[in-house]
Design a protein around this ligand. Structure first.
Ligand code: NAP
Length: 238
């Protein structure tokens, strides 16, 4: 029998790489997507060295062509996708930058905000549009969001990152409704503050803690809800 197929974006490092490994360890064939082929190859080879079923596809989620090519490749090769983890994401706004990339909403350039949304929000949308029709009943989409996009706990700073994740949560809600009839589960996850390149060394959580709810929603038979925003395997406010 063919293994279940899981697609993870931004799988060359951080939470994405760990999620790809965890799903492969559960027996999924993982299509690890990375925009950088060198670090993507390194990540995939380290998993293959442990006899895991993982392959690399070079996908920049801001490239409509590369995402479309991925969809075509999966349709022709496997005819299905069981799990999609939209993990690729970035923060362009920094405390250090005083100008257009400032974390201060009074200074940040709208172009910086657009670039952030193009990756964190529209990247996930492109992936869903390319792959949702290849999902069978029981398929799962996990959007890696952030508490920084939580309207009920909204704070100052990092406007672009915050609104990219709030908008990603809207994508979760819309597709949870759109895909409900086909039995596809769509959820958002906040992994917490995790020690990755993005989260920094002072973050409170390990990568293993960060991926727990992502992997649970992607694969656990008991995780059967859709249209939620989750942290630590529990629903949180939008
Ligand atoms: N760490 C935290 O505390 C935290 C908290 C809440 C939410 N998150 C979310 O968790 C997700 C993973 O973040 P992380 O902490 O693992 O950060 P990370 O180590 O910086 O990894 C980010 C990943 O996203 C990829 N990526 C960025 N832009 C991309 C694009 N256009 N196309 C394809 N891949 C792209 C990066 O690829 P390159 O190597 O090529 O740059 C990298 O693989 C993000 O969505 C982030 O917003 C993280």
């Amino acid at each position: 029998m063919q293994s279940k197929i899981a697609v993870v974006t931004g799988a060359n490092r951080g939470l994405g790489q760990a999620t790809a490994r965890a799903l492969a360890e559960q027996g999924y064939h993982v299509i690890a997507c990375a925009r950088d082929s060198e670090s993507g190859t390194r990540a995939v080879e380290s998993m293959q060295a442990d006899k895991l079923s993982v392959e690399l596809r070079v996908v920049d989620v801001t490239s409509a062509d590369q995402v479309r090519d991925l969809g075509r490749y999966i349709r022709e090769t496997y005819k299905r996708v069981d799990v999609l983890v939209n993990n690729a994401g970035l923060i362009l706004e920094t405390r250090q930058a005083g100008g257009e990339r400032s974390a201060n909403p009074l200074l940040v350039s709208p172009m910086t905000i657009m670039e952030t949304v193009n990756t964190n929000t529209l990247g996930a949308l492109r992936m869903i549009q390319a792959l949702a029709l290849l999902m069978p009943e029981g398929g799962r989409i996990v959007n890696v969001s952030s508490g920084m996009g939580q309207l009920s706990d909204m704070d100052g700073g990092w406007l672009g990152y915050r609104l990219s994740k709030t908008a990603l949560n809207s994508i979760t809600r819309v597709f949870a409704t759109e895909l409900a009839e086909r039995g596809i589960l769509v959820n958002s996850v906040c992994p917490g503050w995790v020690r990755t390149d993005l989260g920094g060394g002072d973050a409170s959580r390990s990568i293993e803690e960060g991926i727990d709810t992502i992997v649970w929603l992607a694969s656990d038979p008991e995780a059967t809800e859709s249209g939620g925003f989750w942290r630590d395997r529990a629903r949180i406010e939008w």
